[in-house]
Design a protein. Structure first.
Length: 382
């Protein structure tokens, strides 16, 4: 971040303003928390709040490991929630499960809802044409995690834990899974994933938050300027969005975000991959010096508000999704239906259908190994 950006971001947090809203925020937090306190499947659901010294606030529920709110100032210091979602736990249960969710065991699609591991075929729920997406209708996003607030040297955090039994949704092995959300005073939301298994399995997890940097319910996101640190995508075969197994070079095409590009510029271009996805919905293969390094993946800048977010990850790809399938049927926090392209996702993960493509980076996790993955969403203003 440049010195100018740091300076402008600091100006967005006016101490007097923070003092004046602190009491009302406490009351609002308590009121909102009550709307998320419920027993589901014999386990208690609640709402957790993380707040840093700059006034950035993140709210989380242990139902599906979901990000419920991220409150950020704009370039004039005006706060807005940039996360699409709902006001109550009942709405999250009834609504789309993916909003803000921790997705697993396998995020994204698996072709024909089948994969083979060590010569054994495993069959998963079919819920996306003939394929499986996000592990089926009963994935991590509908589970109640055990959760607790913890302290770290970098800031407050919430640790969530779920024990996925052997055979759940067709996946082998008992998976001992943790996800931790930490908010730092550098305005970074750090998400750490950790897992072990007692049998060979496959694992691909991500966070599926829909962002709108203008503010939740504030219309289309196609005015954002995006950068993605990638020269290629996992090419898909057709509108089922299953990879062919080929990494397609995208430099000089409508998919090229190496330099800042307005989403609106080419989202409806006459280009096969965009036509298949109805917009952007692909795995960009990230440029990395070393496998598993925490490095820059993508950024988005919204000029109207000045809000700027950067994404860093240890994962090999990022699924940039422009909310093409949103259709207005999900009524969000502001009472507004989430229409097409009113939210975008940066889903850090492995490419779809990786278990069926030996040339893709492996998603296999074996006994004795520990899965570790980190993604950082960093916020500022320009």
């Amino acid at each position: 971040m440049s010195r100018l950006t740091k300076y402008l971001f600091a100006l967005a947090f006016i101490p007097g303003m923070l003092l004046s809203i602190s009491c009302s925020n406490m009351k609002n937090n308590d009121k909102q928390k009550k709307l998320f306190e419920k027993e589901i499947g014999g386990k208690q659901v609640t709402l957790f709040t993380l707040k840093n010294s700059n006034g950035v606030k993140v709210m989380l529920t242990n139902y599906g490991g979901k990000i419920v709110n991220i409150w950020l100032p704009d370039k004039n210091g005006k706060l807005a929630d940039i996360i699409l979602g709902f006001n109550t736990i009942d709405e999250y249960v009834k609504g789309s499960k993916s909003f803000g969710a921790t997705v697993g065991r396998y995020a994204n699609r698996i072709a024909k809802a089948t994969f083979t591991l060590d010569s054994v075929a495993y069959h998963l729920p079919v819920n996306n044409g003939p394929n499986c997406i996000h592990s089926g209708p009963d994935g991590f996003y509908s589970k109640v995690f055990d959760a607790k607030a913890i302290e770290t040297p970098e800031g407050k955090a919430v640790e969530m834990h779920y024990m996925s039994p052997d055979g759940e949704n067709g996946f082998p092995g008992t998976l001992d899974f943790y996800v931790t959300f930490k908010l730092t005073d550098k305005n970074e939301l750090v998400i750490n994933y950790k897992a072990t298994t007692d049998k060979p399995t496959v694992l691909n997890v991500t966070n599926h938050s829909y962002f709108n940097l203008k503010g939740e319910g504030k219309g289309a996101i196609t005015g954002i300027e995006v950068v993605v640190n990638a020269d290629s995508i996992a090419e898909v075969a057709n509108n089922e969005m299953i990879p062919t197994g080929i990494y397609r070079n995208i430099l000089g095409t409508p998919m090229d975000f190496k330099a800042p590009r307005l989403v609106s510029k080419d989202i409806d271009a006459d280009y096969d991959q965009l036509k298949y996805g109805g917009g952007y919905d692909h795995a960009w293969i990230l440029n990395k010096k070393e496998k598993g390094e925490l490095s820059f993946a993508a950024s988005a800048y919204e000029p109207e508000s000045g809000r700027f977010m950067e994404v860093f990850t240890t994962e090999p790809s990022v699924q940039f999704f422009t909310g093409n399938s949103l259709n207005g049927s999900q009524i969000g926090k502001s009472g507004v239906g989430y229409a097409k392209r009113t939210g975008f996702c940066f889903e850090t993960q492995h490419a779809a259908d990786s278990p069926n493509h030996p040339n893709f980076p492996t998603t296999v996790l074996r006994p004795g190994e520990t899965f570790n993955s980190t993604t950082v969403f960093k916020f500022s203003v320009k």
